[in-house]
Design a protein around this ligand. Structure first.
Ligand code: FAD
Length: 385
């Protein structure tokens, strides 16, 4: 079964969906409102499920080559003591790979390179998506109208298409946190591949890249819209008593490189990921808090599952029913788990609760911690022809 698809949004989810659909014989146009296709975020972690999805799309090898495996690291307290140690080799033995870290711009470029240039329509804002017959959807961007047998809405957390399909849905809400992040401008001498440090209602973490630079992020519980004139100075002040390499990472960062976003999420789950011939995918369908590092991995799972469902048909409508049935329970469960991880991790602020949590983490055997991680990471993609 093949046809013509329009993908709204050229983020990680949209590009992955386009690659998957093309692999199963569909003609695809990705419509992206930005004039240059790039992912402005800093760095990203990909777990086994995301990497396996990328393998199914044929880009896993290139992504692995450009990534750094997270073999060492773990979770610490601000004075530097370890709560848990991570052993990437254990994960590698269990699921074939440690978690890996990669600059978002590199991941985005590798996905773009897997698509022909003519499949990407940039600088085009999709204003409306309307099903005009049982098998036709009109996508309007400016004066242009594109006809499609299928539309994939991968237009992110603020999805316009989701709003058109579910006008009564409340949409994204502020999680209570804000995140500042950047990639250092030079290599930093790091002893670990990955760390998270939890204080009271605050988190600082880093992901090391294979060229020696690193991305760091700082998550703070603050009202939506809070911004700082000099973010690096503000973070130096807030994290001044925290362990190395936090000060070194901030010292290696240009203030203009710092990105600052409020952390929002789709707290009310959607009742369906498909309406007629329109499928929702990635953050448009299930934007979650970043506490498990799974948002993009789930978008990649969506992309492969959608392509596989369309490949096995027998009709587009039947494939979309299967896509919804396979993806909604899992991605919504991961979103709930991410929220819960945030509550027990970065967001916990009561001193007694923090002390109890820290004691429990120190006492948890590493095998139990690994089992918890594998619950989300050990996903096997369907076969794509
Ligand atoms: P987006 O990346 O938001 O892409 C949507 C695209 O649609 C954009 O390019 C936008 O310009 C375009 N668009 C929107 N509206 C229109 C329109 N009307 N017309 C045309 N184009 C439009 N996930 C992980 O797996 N691992 C991690 O380590 C990780 N870390 C994270 C850290 C932070 C701080 C945050 C906030 C998220 C993190 N995530 C992580 C989640 C991950 O970043 C997202 O889940 C993922 O990028 C979503 O991809 P997407 O393609 O669905 O949406």
């Amino acid at each position: 079964m093949d046809g013509r698809a329009v993908v709204v949004g050229g983020g990680i989810g949209g590009l992955a969906a386009a690659i998957g659909l093309r692999r199963v014989g569909w003609e695809v146009t990705v419509v992206e409102r930005a004039s240059t296709l790039a992912d402005a975020g800093a760095g990203i972690s990909l777990a086994a499920n995301g990497l396996r999805a990328l393998d199914a799309l044929g880009v896993g090898g290139a992504v692995r080559q450009a990534s750094r495996g997270q073999y060492t690291g773990g979770t610490r307290t601000p004075d530097g003591r370890w709560l848990t140690r991570m052993d990437g080799a254990v994960l590698e033995r269990a699921v074939g790979t440690p978690i890996v870290g990669i600059p978002r711009a590199t991941l985005h470029r590798l996905l773009r390179e897997a698509l022909p240039a003519e499949a990407l329509l940039t600088g085009s804002h999709v204003g409306s998506v309307r099903q005009t017959g049982p098998r036709t959807v009109h996508v309007t961007c400016g004066d242009t109208v594109l006809d499609a047998d299928l539309v994939v809405a991968a237009d992110g957390i603020g999805s316009k298409v989701r709003g058109l399909l579910f006008p009564a849905h409340p949409g994204p809400v502020h999680s209570g946190s804000t995140v500042l992040r950047a990639i250092t401008e030079r290599a930093v001498d790091l002893r670990t591949d990955f760390e998270l440090t939890w204080g009271h209602g605050a988190e600082f973490g880093h992901i090391a890249f294979h060229d020696g630079r690193a991305e760091w992020h700082a998550v703070l519980d603050l009202p939506a819209g809070t911004r700082f004139a000099d973010p690096v100075a503000e973070l130096r002040r807030r994290f001044r008593t925290w362990h190395e390499p936090i000060p070194a990472l901030l010292d290696a960062t240009r203030p203009t490189a710092v990105l600052h976003h409020d952390v929002d999420e789709l707290r009310t789950p959607l009742p369906s990921y498909a309406v007629g011939r329109i499928a929702l995918l990635g953050d448009a369908a299930h934007a979650m808090t970043p506490h498990l590092g799974q948002g993009a991995c789930q978008a990649l799972e969506d992309a492969v599952t959608l392509a596989a469902a369309l490949a096995s048909g027998p009709t587009v409508d039947a494939a979309l029913v299967r896509y919804d049935a396979e993806r909604r329970p899992r991605s919504q469960a991961v979103a709930r788990a991410a929220r819960q991880a945030g509550r027990m991790g970065q967001r916990l602020s009561h001193p007694l609760a923090v002390a109890v949590r820290n004691t429990m983490m120190r006492l948890t055997p590493s095998s139990a911690a690994t089992r918890m991680i594998l619950r989300h990471h050990d996903w096997t993609p369907p076969h794509l022809r």
